[in-house]
Write a protein that binds this ligand. Structure first.
Ligand SMILES: [Zn+2]
Length: 480
């Protein structure tokens, strides 16, 4: 009897252990939230001292936090094309500039696969570079482009008349969609928020929330005269003129943080609704960003096409039911290319096409420390490769070579040196094992990419936008 009891207790323990530790494949809804230009280190759950994201932090307490998650290309379209196809730009066809990139029909997207597998698919989308004209709506039953909508009329306390492209608008549209559709069957809902994207103009009280607080440095100034005509002077100039000539860098940072806090504030409403509708227990929630943002570091002001981690490093938070577990932190760096295969493995859906991302489920379940040893980053013709300590960057464009003081190679220990200032690259390649290893891995990746590009060099289609889309692109700064 004692023996039997012991076995039963052991089995129970084993079961609860597995129950706590592992996420089984499941048949669940999916809500994917991407917040444009949200850098990881400005969220509370990523260690930011300002209280920008209390609601996301609360959610993350029960989730999986990828501490070092990287966008592969710090612009919206190339980054999101990678996320939605699990393939690099040279395969999915979206490379380089932000606008005018057509998302080819030949791509098999996450949305299309989910739709094929019986999901209702809907998006509420605020960035015009991913407009229907550019074919980013592939696979979506409903693709709401907020900038094409009339201002929303609301009866609740949210607002009277509301711009649908700001966080409140997106949230209201999402809540409305959920109320109407959550009972109709399993769903995939993608929400793309734009608020932290420049220009940073959060509504009251978020525009004053961080101004002059204890982290605010009045002496940190935009050195406009020095950078005018060399770096992102036109961007700095645009901000400068919109704010009536404010040259305190921390003012812009306080506004950027205000946008994040505003977004988080609105998300609380969405999370409350999920709770009310009982959706938390059968919905996977992912929170991430398309890329980060440079807030004055290395002379880049309020843009995100740079070569440093402030433009590449993004939050990546997963909430996978059942939510019994405490927060898990994954330390090994990962790329967003892995989101799609991870989702599909979790939802027990087989991928019929050969993709380049790999499922992170074994990492989430702590069966492995990492799936891919390296993460590849690119910004135009500049490429980086990183592992869990080192980042090697090879610069090709004269613009970056010039601003990095003529250097064409950078080798950084990005954890020890988060500002990426100490270049350890040596001309004698044999000197550092890491340098040699990373150069070889990047060169292998390149060889494969070039081979495939040559093989598949397809005719590219241009994009024709409508008037409203053009206006919105202009106000986001994509068009001058
Ligand atoms: Zn973006």
């Amino acid at each position: 009897v004692v023996k039997k009891l012991c076995i039963i207790i052991l089995l129970c323990l084993a079961n609860s252990f597995i129950g706590c530790k592992k996420f089984e494949k499941q048949n669940k809804n999916l809500i994917f939230i991407t917040i444009d230009a949200l850098r990881a280190d400005h969220l509370g759950c990523y260690g930011y001292p300002r209280d920008t994201t209390p609601n996301i932090d609360k959610l993350a307490e029960k989730g999986i936090i990828f501490k070092y998650a990287f966008s592969h290309w710090p612009k919206t379209t190339p980054s999101m094309a990678i996320v939605f196809t699990g393939t690099y730009g040279y395969r999915n066809g979206i490379m380089g500039v932000a606008r005018g990139q057509y998302f080819e029909e030949r791509n098999l997207t996450l949305t299309e696969i989910l739709k094929e597998n019986g999901y209702q698919t809907a998006a509420i989308q605020t960035n015009a570079v991913m407009a229907q004209e550019a074919n980013f709506h592939q696979g979506f039953d409903s693709y709401i482009e907020t900038w094409k909508l009339k201002h929303l009329k609301q009866t609740d306390e949210f607002s009277q008349s509301l711009n649908p492209s700001i966080a409140k608008g997106v949230t209201l549209l999402a809540m409305d969609w959920l109320k109407k559709n959550h009972k109709k069957g399993k769903f995939f809902l993608w929400l793309h928020y734009i608020d932290p994207h420049a220009s940073y103009m959060p509504p009251f009280p978020f525009n004053t929330k961080f101004v002059g607080d204890k982290y605010y440095n009045f002496d940190n100034r935009l050195s406009l005269s020095e950078h005018w005509g060399q770096h992102y002077d036109y961007i700095a100039k645009r901000h400068w003129s919109r704010t009536g000539g404010n040259n305190v860098i921390d003012y812009y940072i306080s506004q950027y943080d205000g946008e994040i806090a505003y977004c988080d504030f609105c998300l609380e409403r969405l999370f409350n609704l999920l709770e009310k509708l009982g959706l938390f227990d059968n919905t996977i929630i992912i929170i991430s960003a398309d890329h980060g943002e440079s807030l004055g570091e290395h002379g880049y002001y309020f843009e995100h096409e740079g070569i440093h981690n402030n433009c590449f490093r993004v939050p990546l938070i997963w909430l996978i039911p059942p939510h019994k577990t405490k927060k898990k932190i994954v330390e090994y760096p990962v790329g967003l290319i892995n989101i799609m295969p991870t989702i599909l493995e979790l939802l027990n859906i087989k991928i019929t096409k050969d993709i380049q991302g790999k499922s992170l489920l074994p990492v989430i379940n702590r069966e492995k420390d990492y799936i891919s040893k390296y993460v590849i980053l690119s910004s135009f013709r500049n490429f980086s490769i990183l592992d869990d300590k080192w980042k090697l960057t090879l610069l090709k464009t004269p613009f970056y070579i010039r601003i990095m003081g003529g250097k064409r190679q950078l080798l950084l220990q990005y954890l020890k040196d988060p500002e990426e200032r100490i270049n350890l690259y040596s001309q004698e390649t044999a000197k550092l094992e890491a340098q040699k290893r990373l150069e070889k891995a990047l060169s292998d990746w390149h060889t494969e990419a070039i081979y495939e590009i040559r093989k598949n060099l397809a005719e590219k289609r241009g994009v024709k936008y409508d008037k409203k889309t053009l206006q919105w692109l202009k106000s986001l700064g994509y068009i001058q």
